[in-house]
Design a protein around this ligand. Structure first.
Ligand code: P6P
Length: 336
């Protein structure tokens, strides 16, 4: 008998739940439902070029960005996979301006699901990897309905965080505070199988930085000096870095998680808080990064300590190998 066990995501969730005596199964139920939604979205993403699901709806979302049909489809799939579970009291989606209440015909629970249904959607039409990002918080307000107070919690309060990467294979990576674990979808059996247990960012890290350099003229002097250092132009680095930029956060972060290095989306003169969203992009990725031994900062403060004031609040993001994130903070502090 082979001793190589096949660990499905469902088995992994059950085993994690057994380790938490107070677990009620509601949290596991959320994760199961997210994996179902991920399989459905993966199927559509992988055939997007075949059926007429590409291209914009002509609408724009709350971000003012042209909405791709798959964006709306992914939001609907996730909402309907979880609205009836009885585990959630509300949801927050990048595609919707306000909190999404649980329909009155369904029971409500003690968790909040905060998600970006399909990040990087501008890459859909050119077949570049895109992703779903999710964050789970626990209800803190009175009453059964989720409120803004429940959604505007600091990232350090997250119960769990994860993402699905729709790439050359579909992967689901998540943490519930017990390390980071990666699962790869085997479409032939429709199961996510444990492929990357206990992910830890490599040390020493890959000397790779990931940033959209077109914005260089708009960056602060500290950010520009950081780029000089990373390029080996200030004579301080023994060897320079290499550059990798996909323009899809989930893909750029996934590479950083597996290889090390740093992903940066700084503030600039046009976007004083950067472009990326705190609740459903930076905070979940920051929990994963720290659980994998990395770091995540807005250039001055740990992302997980930031208390949001708005569900669509933006933040600058420096995330990856802890030592490189700390070096970036050193350069940014020169701007103060
Ligand atoms: P830019 C994709 O649109 C996204 O929201 C993230 O996935 C990605 O990291 C970023 O924007 C890319 O932004 O300004 O480089 O095109």
């Amino acid at each position: 008998m082979s001793n190589r066990s096949v660990v499905t995501l469902e088995r992994h969730i059950v085993e994690e739940e057994r380790r938490c005596p107070e677990a009620t199964g509601a949290f596991s139920n959320i994760l199961y439902s997210i994996t179902l939604a991920a399989k459905i979205i993966s199927r559509e993403v992988n055939k997007a070029g075949i059926v007429d699901i590409l291209g914009g709806t002509g609408d724009t979302n709350v971000q003012g960005e042209r909405v791709q049909k798959l964006d709306l489809y992914a939001e609907d799939v996730i909402f309907r996979a979880l609205d009836h579970t009885g585990a959630l009291c509300c949801m927050v989606s990048e595609e919707s301006e306000d909190i999404l209440p649980i329909p009155k015909e369904f029971p409500k629970g003690k968790y909040i699901l905060i998600f970006d249904p399909l990040d990087g959607s501008s890459n859909i039409d050119v077949n570049v990897s895109i992703g779903t990002i999710f964050s789970i918080q626990k209800k803190v307000s009175e009453g059964e309905d989720g409120t803004l107070e429940d959604c505007l919690q600091a990232g350090c309060k997250q119960i769990a965080a994860g993402y699905v990467l729709y790439g050359s294979s579909t992967m689901l990576v998540y943490t519930s505070g017990q390390g980071v674990h990666g699962f790869t979808l085997d479409p032939s059996i429709g199961e996510f199988l444990l492929s990357h247990p206990n992910l830890v960012m490599p040390d020493p890290p890959s000397r790779t930085y990931s940033i959209n350099e077109a914005y260089y003229p708009r960056w602060s002097p500290g950010q520009q000096r950081l780029m000089q250092r990373l390029k080996g132009l200030d004579g301080k680095e023994a060897e320079s870095y290499s550059s990798r930029y996909i323009g899809s956060l989930v893909a750029d972060f996934h590479r950083t998680l597996l290889k090390g290095g740093i992903f940066m989306y700084p503030a600039d003169s046009k976007s004083p808080n950067g472009k990326l969203r705190l609740l459903y992009e930076a905070a979940p990725m920051a929990m994963i990064s720290e659980q994998a031994g990395g770091g995540a900062s807005n250039g001055r403060t740990r992302i997980l300590e930031l208390v949001p004031e708005d569900i669509h609040q933006r933040t600058p993001l420096y995330i990856g190998s802890a030592g490189i994130v700390e070096m970036a903070e050193g350069f940014l502090s020169e701007d103060d």
